[in-house]
Design a protein around this ligand. Sequence first.
Ligand code: XMP
Length: 516
Amino acid sequence: PVLVVDFGAQYAQLIARRVREANVYSEIVPHTARVEDLLAKDPAAIILSGGPSSVYADGAPFVDPALFEAGVPVLGICYGFQAMAQALGGTVAQTGLREYGGTAVEVTRAGTVLSGSPEQQTVWMSHGDAVHAAPEGFEVLATSEGSPVAAFEDRERRLFGVQWHPEVRHSPLGQKALENFLYEGAGLAPDWNPGNVIAEQVERIRAQVGDARVICGLSGGVDSSVAAALVQRAVGDQLTCVFVDHGLLRDGEAEQVEQDFVASTGVRLKVVDARARFLTALAGHTDPETKRKIIGREFIRVFEDAAREVVAEAGDHGQEVKFLVQGTLYPDVVESGGGEGAANIKSHHNVGGLPDDLQFELVEPLRTLFKDEVRAVGLELGVPEAIVWRQPFPGPGLGIRIIGEVTAERLDVLRAADAIAREELTRAGLDREIWQCPVVLLADVRSVGVQGDGRTYGHPVVLRPVSSEDAMTADWTRMPYDVLATISTRITNEVPEVNRVVLDVTSKPPGTIEWE
Ligand code: XMP
């Protein structure tokens, strides 16, 4: 793989994505990994990401010069570029001058990474310190007002660096620069694509599972459906899918799974009505992480019961279900703090929300993939488009969209409001443009309204339409006012408990997509 060393900002994920868009497989590793550990992964190339630090800050992450002796091609970006310059004996100056945003650079020599670049170009910068002298053996390729050395390379040792962020779309030639590094600098072929994942994962799943029985938690969403289809391809009817109706679903969800997925794949499906069990477990709880952990735990308990039934129904005594398939994605892993060195933002139900005494071994064939890659894999596997293009819906469901305690009445209110919003978004043809639009019930907030001749004292719901590429970052969707107006009018007319509809205009970061 190409290893992307994460220096702690949000950029590492983006770089990893861009590398895969260039059809080269990439993985993220923490900056705390030792050089031996990096080399043990047999990297084809290494990219040092940007980060929030200054090389002069106390405890600033540091790059072991041994990394550059291993003969592996390296590209340093922003902080990674400065750390590289410093490790190799160049000069990094604390100029006090910040370059931020679109910045003009002059390309003085195209070299490898900038080959095909015009002499003058605009790139996205975000840094304080600047490289003033390149290390010995390096050639300077570009300069900007604040950065005398804005890009360099040592072609012989295959070491490269740029001060700016080629991975962001605001650097128009950024993807080209990354591809130059991968193809020319590191000599890699663009031969990875999500389709390769299928053959590789089928092999792995067979090796892991043998002839044991497997169950898969199927939610009807893209991730679990694609995971199930992959496992089905690998081990056929050793697989039983379990659909848990936890009462936190939206309108029509259970029916849709049977219609869309089971009908097209013929997979064996077991539907479990666990509504009472989840409500009881959630009663009295308001803390988001507690709710997430309860839901994660109850899911597993339901799977354990279902597994026993599967064995009993199959009549093969003693043959236990040892494996549980989950549609865990790369962002789930990274955001649950599983990306080694990443902060725990929230416990995604299928990662950080798992109980400690888990009886199953997990099969997670999508654990290294981003959402768009999962969609590509799904299409290739013949999963119906209606599922592949479904908007994401979180496993904990409406449980994390009721701010406050989850009760049956509140779920009914939210389900009604959500159904209206979804219907109108579909009618307006916005389903693909909008990544997803959570509808959130502020169950403990009340405000005064007037409906008919009377005063109301009802609850607000929040519309949270977002646009995103992979849910790691997102922006609020500038959707047409008239669609918003229709949704608002219909919800306040048709859902008596709701007397106010508000729009969430926060990007991610700083907000997350879901409210809890
Ligand atoms: P956040 O709220 O972290 O959400 O910005 C990012 C994406 O993940 C979805 N999400 C989840 N999906 N289990 C899931 O399967 C979870 O526990 C979970 N929490 C959030 C969210 O809907 C968005 O698409």
